[in-house]
Ligand binder design. Structure first.
Ligand code: 6PG
Length: 479
């Protein structure tokens, strides 16, 4: 037994993570893949890594020092269960199995429970940063037991991205907490991407700038408060010219966005928890809408406004778009953190929201300057009920809201869809409202279903005898 860590599954993410592990002082990495060729290839192409290859699970287990620690990097789903079963057969109590895929957190809860019965530790770890992150330093969100963290912590710290001297990994919470947080990370990623896409669309339609010119706008934004990986790569994508047609690549890519499902999980989970992640939901639905060519084909004749978008002051318009993007982004993150808080309460996880924001500062897809502000907000007020009420964000939203409103109304008047911008603004105004028409909804519910209501002026639960003499009676609370 010579290796302190093993990797199972040597597709791109797995082999990059294995190389990353091998490149750090103190690590010796055992590797295993279902088909032998991938293992041979990795050993051959990377002699510097000193990999310890194994071609059967028994051999893999024998090559690992105790407590054996292995990271599974296979496509989430049934394949993960098969690998876990195989490892459980050859591992012993106290050993650690880590699932580094994008598993659904409820699967992770189920797996952790089942594996725990054998005395083996099971850790669901969200890993973000794509192929490059896996190789050079991802952001890692592990769940699992405290016992497993003792061994796993230093290994994961050795490979994680570093933000301002701190490794981008923290023990998020027990069982499925890590995969839950990774799921919400992806939901925020969807929102961030959609908001950027809406900003691009408005600038393009409003100013007639070419994609390459808009790339310059994003590059400029990337030097300020919007600085982030997604803004940076947006400029790169917009600048790309298609070799075969000479057109901007963005103009020849089919406008139907794919999705592997983590955004939908975030929204489904938020619906069950009762958390309004409207920006993330709109971003997810925007991908769905784009991917229905048959519906779009028959909808082209639906009437729109007479006037298109006409922008007089291009610079002022672009600044409005920037601020609308910033404000909507604050909403998306606030909603995402709200979901994590609610998930932690529901599943009994002790999640430090400030620590989560810190491990997202580098390595992951949503990495951004901005996450420092979130960390500050939670450092000042760990129990903050909603992130956007933190003083820094109140100031930023106050500065942005005029622009935000102008952009949402301009887009709407010109018939340009901006679902994430506008739903975020509605959410913001909903939170701000002193009175909401929810009172009327309660009245309606009481009318047709005797669902009862509460009053603003006295405690208790009430029902109006709508089909009788319409007097009010005290009632049992039915919600
Ligand atoms: C990451 C990414 C990664 C992956 C997503 C893409 O954090 O590294 O989020 O997990 O790229 O699964 O998701 P969609 O295919 O659904 O856009």
């Amino acid at each position: 037994a010579v290796a302190n860590i093993g990797v199972v599954g040597l597709a791109v993410m797995g082999s990059n993570l294995a190389r990353n592990l091998a490149s750090r002082e103190g690590n010796t990495v055992a590797i295993y893949n279902r088909s032998r060729s991938k293992t041979d290839e990795l050993v051959e192409n990377h002699p510097e890594a000193g990999f310890v290859p194994a071609f059967a699970y028994e051999e893999f287990a024998a090559s690992l020092a105790k407590p054996r620690t292995a990271i599974i990097m296979v496509k989430a789903g049934a394949g993960t269960d098969a690998v876990i079963d195989a490892l459980v057969e050859v591992f012993e109590p106290g050993d650690i199995i880590v699932d580094g895929g994008n598993a659904l957190f409820t699967d992770t809860i189920r797996r952790e429970k089942a594996v725990r019965e054998t005395g083996i530790n099971f850790v669901g770890a969200g890993i973000s940063g794509g192929e490059e992150g896996a190789l050079l330093g991802p952001s890692i969100m592990p769940g699992g037991s405290d016992e497993s963290w003792v061994t796993l912590g230093p290994i994961l710290k050795s490979i994680a991205a570093v933000a301002e001297g701190e490794p981008c990994v923290t023990h998020v919470g027990h069982d499925g907490a890590g995969h839950f947080v990774k799921m919400v990370h992806n939901g925020i990623e969807y929102a961030d991407m959609q908001l950027i896409a809406e900003a691009y669309d408005l600038i393009r339609r409003g100013t007639g700038k070419t994609p390459a010119e808009i790339a310059d706008v994003f590059a400029e934004w990337n030097t300020g408060e919007l600085e982030s990986y997604l803004i940076e790569i947006t400029a790169e994508v917009l600048r790309q010219v298609d070799a075969s047609t000479g057109k901007p690549l963005v103009d020849v890519i089919l406008d139907q966005a794919g999705a592997k499902g983590t955004g939908a999980w975030t929204v489904q989970t938020a619906l069950s928890l009762g958390v309004p992640v409207s920006g993330i939901a709109e971003a997810t639905f925007a991908r769905s809408l784009s991917s229905h060519p048959e519906q779009r084909a028959v909808s082209g004749d639906l009437p729109g406004p007479e006037e298109g978008l006409e922008v007089e002051d291009v610079d002022a318009f672009i600044e409005d778009v920037r601020l609308a993007l910033y404000a909507s982004k604050i909403v998306a993150y606030s909603q995402g953190f709200d979901e994590i808080r609610a998930g932690a309460a529901e599943y009994d996880w002790n999640i430090d929201l400030g620590a989560v924001s810190k491990i997202w500062r580098a390595g992951c897809i949503i990495r951004a300057q901005f996450l420092n502000r979130i960390a500050d907000a939670y450092a000042e007020a760990p129990e903050l009920p909603v992130l956007l009420a933190a003083p820094y964000f109140v100031e930023a939203l106050g500065r942005a809201q005029g622009s935000w409103r102008r952009i949402v109304s301009t887009a709407s008047a010109a018939g340009i869809p901006a679902p994430a911008f506008s739903s975020s603004l509605s959410y913001y105004d909903g939170l701000r409202a002193e009175r909401l028409p929810a009172a009327l909804v309660q009245g309606q519910r009481d009318f047709f279903g005797a669902h009862t209501y509460k009053r603003i002026d006295k405690p208790g639960t009430f029902h109006t005898l709508w089909s009788g003499d319409r007097t009010e009676i005290e009632a049992e609370d039915t919600h």
